[in-house]
Design a protein around this ligand. Structure first.
Ligand code: SF4
Ligand code: SF4
Length: 428
């Protein structure tokens, strides 16, 4: 399908209350890392699975036929299936899906002092560059190399990533650093606990906010100094039984945990999102920051910013879907495991209606685009509601407009293009 046809189809969809579809396919739940915040770590004992190539091709054909625009191959660790992964990306591109993403926990960047490191990485980079892959993420959980490497169980990987980045850039791939927000992002945020002596809860939260504010600064600096040109934040996916909403979730996607390193209370989350929201503008001119401030602001308000404005509901289960490696079935997302929607190729997307108004978790893959498309859908279907929203909190509209300008300056985070620092410089 040409770009024009695709744009026309998207515009018609928006008028009918639908946003461009997104599908996240978990290729496998196998992983070789030891991240404490994840139920798929190698030390967890359960029968691992992977999807068959026949089923994957059938899912991709169905996705293209149903107009899915964005396709992510996730894991576990997708790079454990590297040859299949490259073939699937080619297949999805040939089927007409324009936005294809995948990533790695970094395992392939280990042993960077071995003589074959450069040739091995160049081969990976060129293989991916020969596919229509648009974005390639590398996840790092702490700006303190030793802490990240201990969490992941990959000694020396941070140096390996820094050595690999120029080889990827030379091949025409600009990887994104994905930070999974947790309590270990920098020295200052580690060990910060409400149990420690603070005169009041408010005093603790104040310190929490300032430490994370500094932490995000350090992390963005670290990302830019390593050589990354795009950075994204994965919001914490704690399943916290003290919190409303997340307690009701039944995660089918194993990338969640009750480990304290990723567990935050609602009032901590409010400070966390405030700190992120306020740090992003300081770095927008230096590195392409994917996290839209409109979405981070909405999460801040949701967790305690005192708004009576309902957040834009997540499009999970309506336009966005998740396919699980273990059963090959479709779910509204990785966290509504009780709602098995069957095989994706049998799913009638037109029957998926706006009944759900879910904001039960903070999965950025689904929450961020839902917020970005929210005002467009509202303008098309309920313009009075949009006017009321803007009159009540004009900041929502301002942030949304700024995000769109920034996204344009970043070529909508095209990971096949280098950053244009002149355009980013306007956001200084
Ligand atoms: S977070 Fe990713 S890298 Fe870490 S154990 Fe889970 S799937 Fe593996
Ligand atoms: S907010 Fe979205 S991703 Fe989270 S549980 Fe609801 S539908 Fe799923």
């Amino acid at each position: 399908m040409t770009a024009w046809l695709s744009a026309g189809r998207n515009a018609a969809g928006l008028l009918r209350g639908r946003v461009p579809g997104q599908l996240v396919i978990q290729l496998t739940d196998r992983c070789n890392a030891t991240c404490p915040q994840c139920g798929m770590r190698v030390t967890e004992r359960f029968d691992r699975s992977r999807l068959s190539m026949d089923d994957l091709r059938r899912m991709i054909d169905a996705a293209a036929q149903k107009g899915i625009q964005a396709l992510s191959f996730t894991g576990g660790e997708p790079m454990l299936l590297f040859e299949d992964l490259a073939e699937l990306i080619r297949y999805a591109g040939a089927a007409g899906i324009p936005y294809i993403r995948t990533g790695t926990n970094g395992c392939c960047f280990m042993h960077s002092l071995r003589p074959d490191f450069r040739s091995r990485i160049a081969r990976i980079a060129h293989t991916l560059a020969d596919t229509p892959l648009r974005n390639f993420w590398i996840s790092i959980d702490s700006a303190v190399a030793g802490v990240h490497e201990a969490m992941r169980g990959f000694p020396g990987v941070v140096e390996g990533i820094a050595r690999a980045l120029p080889l990827f850039h030379a091949a025409g791939i600009y990887p994104s650093l994905n930070l999974g927000i947790n309590r270990n992002i920098v020295h200052d945020t580690m060990g910060l606990s409400p149990a420690a002596a603070h005169p009041t809860r408010e005093a603790y939260l104040d310190e929490f906010y300032h430490r994370f504010r500094q932490g995000f600064r350090e992390f963005y600096r670290f990302a830019a100094e390593m050589g990354f040109t795009i950075v994204n934040s994965c919001y914490p996916m704690s399943i916290d039984d003290a919190d409303r909403g997340e307690a009701d979730l039944n995660a089918v996607y194993g990338a969640s945990s009750i480990d304290p390193v990723i567990r935050f209370s609602r009032d901590e989350k409010a400070r966390l999102f405030k700190a992120l929201f306020e740090t992003i503008p300081e770095f927008r001119s230096k590195i392409r920051i994917f996290s839209p401030r409109a979405s981070v602001y909405a999460l801040y308000r949701q967790y305690g910013g005192g708004s009576d404005l309902p957040p834009y509901p997540c499009r999970g289960g309506m336009d966005f879907f998740y396919i699980n490696a273990r059963d090959g079935d479709t779910y509204p997302c990785g966290y509504r495991g009780a709602e098995n929607l069957g095989k994706f190729w049998d799913l009638d997307l037109s029957s998926r209606r706006n009944g759900d108004r879910c904001v039960a978790c903070d999965w950025e893959c689904f929450r961020d685009p839902s917020v970005l498309f929210g005002p467009i859908l509202e303008a098309a279907s309920r313009p009075q509601a949009l006017i009321r929203r803007v009159l009540k909190d004009g900041k929502c509209g301002t942030l949304w407009g700024e995000d769109l300008k920034y996204y344009r300056a970043c070529d909508f985070f095209d990971g096949r293009k280098p950053p244009d620092y002149d355009r980013l410089g306007r956001f200084r």
